[in-house]
Design a protein around this ligand. Sequence first.
Ligand SMILES: Cc1cc2nc3c(=O)[nH]c(=O)nc-3n(C[C@H](O)[C@H](O)[C@H](O)COP(=O)(O)OP(=O)(O)OC[C@H]3O[C@@H](n4cnc5c(N)ncnc54)[C@H](O)[C@@H]3O)c2cc1C
Length: 495
Amino acid sequence: MKPRRKIAVIGAGLGGLAASIRLASAGADVTLFEKNSHAGGKLHNVKLGSHNFDFGPNTITMPEVFRNLLADAGENPEEYFHFDRLETHTKNVFSDGSFFHFSADADRTEEEIAALDPDSALGYRTYLEEVRNLYLKAEKHFLYRTFRSWRDYLSLPLAKALFGVKPLTGLDRFHRKFFPDPRVRQAFNRYATYIGSSPYMSPATFALIGHLELNDGVYFTRGGNANIAGGFLRAAEKLGVTVKLNTEITGIQTSRGKASAVTTDQEESLDVDGIVMNGDLLTQVPALIRREDRTRLTDEKINRFNPSVSAFVILAAVSTRFDLHHHHVFFSSCYKEEFAGIFDRQSYADDPTIYVCTSSKTDSSLSPDGDNLFILVNAPPLPSGKTENVDRDAYASRVFERLHQRGIDINSALVHKKTVTPGDLARNFYAYRGALYGIASNRRSDTFLRPFNQSADLKNLFFAGGSTHPGGGSPMVVLSGRNAADALLSELEKD
Ligand SMILES: Cc1cc2nc3c(=O)[nH]c(=O)nc-3n(C[C@H](O)[C@H](O)[C@H](O)COP(=O)(O)OP(=O)(O)OC[C@H]3O[C@@H](n4cnc5c(N)ncnc54)[C@H](O)[C@@H]3O)c2cc1C
């Protein structure tokens, strides 16, 4: 009988938790290291007084990805978390005061679009069909597999599939085909931000997010989305994973082209047969692996990757209930200018699009004494090699002022406030330049040619998370953890 494989997983974000569950259920001896005191990485609960907030993912799609991970490991997902579908999930409000809702009830969304612009409603059903097809193609060819080297792109079926997902059309251009009204288009173009990119640069491939939200639906995890991370942690421990919180990996030792051990800031060393790195590979490869051991993924190569958007977040605990939807978006007057500011000039918008998630609208017990407003404004990632350029109190006041102009007077009801900047995301999670989703998908090369899931330098080192395949966002990183675990096990089988 072969000895159990000893695997270290670096980082207990959703990707690392998923990899650990998958590896342990296949019989590996797994140790999961997390530098922070909580599991879940960017997804975690924040408590301000009696107000509970989900930090990180607020919009959950593809619930089957989370459930299947547990079911395939022999666990009953219902014992870990429960998802409720929010049928009419998002209120889109435009700068002229007009609005419509996104709903998985197609009749309702179609009617509301028609009230704004009848011509834009005409294309809605065709749009839903097209984005469903886009999603099905991506699911078949890209989501449930790793990309380990250039050779993976050379198969004819994959090349055909690539052309089938509209890589050469821009997202905004794709949406113009269906929605002549600029307000309606602005709401659909926002999907580019779900992968941290600009609708004026990213490929139409990502219109598939429209399928997830509008055909399938948006979900909320009962008790808060952080319960996904809590459930994964419990399942990992039950399956025998050794979880070491407050333990940072400080180095990866190598021997003959392979990773052989990891060292921690607790002066421990663990010999390993393989590693899944969930911490952002663009910061952690240079931090943990000596230059002479990584001649293929050099600092120069890493610095060429463009980070996704970052965020300026305000958690506002208020003493009242506002007239807000669970997901509520106040759009700016000029979307194009906002993205040009973020990506071309690395500047914060004076009139930003403001996303407010108020999960207490669905479950008031999360904040019994008033609403829990998670307010997010897209922000430029940290400038390369420079320090953060935002005054957090001044910018938070600016955002509150803009919300006041839209009828939401936060200052008069504010009990607690916490701000999180791109610099905080870089420090707390070692996110590459504070990015939310790893690498941006503004260039085709960044969308389809992300860093591979397998290290070209160390054959038993695999990557999971937003900077590798299949991409950023909570279901995608769970898939990447699962895919990386399977690929590592099959690599170790070769020995
Ligand atoms: C404000 C915000 C809003 C978001 N909104 C959404 C949303 O609505 N929907 C959605 O799907 N996604 C959303 N996302 C993105 C989503 O949170 C991420 O895609 C996902 O959580 C990333 O998971 P991950 O496992 O790749 O990485 P992370 O969550 O970053 O986990 C990596 C972990 O590795 C740890 N680590 C790094 N280096 C080391 C080391 N050397 N030793 C030990 N530990 C280490 C880090 O501390 C971290 O805990 C949002 C993100 C943010 C920040």
